[in-house]
Design a protein around this ligand. Structure first.
Ligand code: OXD
Length: 309
């Protein structure tokens, strides 16, 4: 049986190399090259064209190249008996942590303000936000959100977390469920979104929820563009309720040239780089899952399709 790589927005070569280094006997094919689709039982994918999996009659497992599986779960053509697995990777978590810390520190030490001042050749010291009293709220307390929250605690920030189901994390004030969301937001001065994208969390960052943050709050979104209602963020920035936002993810990527975020003075944009999965780092778990399929053993990191992560 064979593995097919379907990743139209990524270069497949480093993936093929990493997989072959891990197991030289693997039969690896790259979509859309001509290959017998009926021999493929395992697909490794990112940003797949909708409907493409229907070409594979003997498909058994789809592995995401990244932590997020929202694009796969939105594809209603994937038969229910096909298992979806994702990668869980310490390097990926560490990259998300450093991005979150950089975005938080950029805000509390006013680097965006200084960058604006530099353009005006303005020498004007500004007060930094005090770490001990700037409360950070992390939305999503899974592996990534939990690690980010703990790192921010270790830097001295008061940290609170919100998740769908109850989570207990040392030194983090935890909230869960819809009813606790207003209390969580009310005292969050820097909001970091790392939620999985599900029907429940789509558009969770909207005018109603963002207005519940205290005046002068700051938003960091490193989850998915569809968590945020983009025009409503602009309203909250332009009416002065929010101080700014740092966004790594967008409803449309790459961000269209005409998008109003590009020139907004209070928005920092990065091109979906908070974490980029390294093939060599995750190839062993992908190969392991491929062997588990062949030997009918339980998979690593299977996705619960009902929960959405
Ligand atoms: C991921 C991503 O989900 O890169 O891994 O967004």
């Amino acid at each position: 049986m064979a593995i097919s790589l379907i990743c139209p927005t990524k270069d497949p070569d480093p993936w093929v190399t990493a997989l072959r280094q891990g197991d030289a006997s693997l039969d690896i094919r790259v979509w859309p090259d001509d290959h017998p689709r009926e021999q493929v039982d395992f697909i490794l994918t990112w940003a797949h064209p909708p409907g493409v999996f229907q070409q594979y009659p003997h498909l058994r497992v789809i592995s995401s190249m990244g932590a997020g599986v929202d694009a796969l779960l939105q594809d209603l053509d994937i038969p229910p008996d096909v298992t979806i697995v994702r990668v869980v990777d310490d390097a990926l978590v560490a990259a998300m942590e450093t991005y979150a810390i950089a975005a938080v520190m950029n805000h509390v030490r006013r680097f965006s303000d200084y960058s604006r001042q530099q353009q005006q050749q303005q020498w004007q010291p500004l007060a930094a936000l005090p770490i001990q009293s700037t409360s950070i709220g992390v939305m999503g307390l899974g592996q990534i959100g939990g690690a980010i929250a703990q790192r921010l605690v270790s830097l001295g920030f008061p940290v609170r977390g919100w998740s769908r189901s109850p989570q207990k994390l040392t030194s983090i004030q935890s909230f869960h469920g819809d009813t606790a969301l207003p209390a969580f937001l009310a005292e969050t001065q820097i909001l970091i979104c790392v939620l999985p994208l599900t029907p429940h969390t789509r558009h969770i960052l909207n005018a109603h929820t963002l207005a519940q943050l205290p005046p002068g709050a700051y938003l960091i979104n490193i989850a998915r563009g569809d968590h945020l209602v983009e025009p409503e963020l602009l309203t909250l920035l332009d009416n002065g309720h929010l101080a700014g936002a740092c966004l790594d993810v967008f409803q449309t990527e790459p961000l269209p040239q005409t998008h109003p975020f590009w020139n907004h003075p209070q928005i920092t944009i990065t091109p979906h780089i908070a974490s980029v999965t390294q093939p060599v780092s995750v190839a062993p778990q992908i190969i392991d899952n491929y062997h588990r399929l062949q030997s009918h053993r339980p998979f690593l990191n299977p996705v619960d399709r009902r929960q959405g992560y």
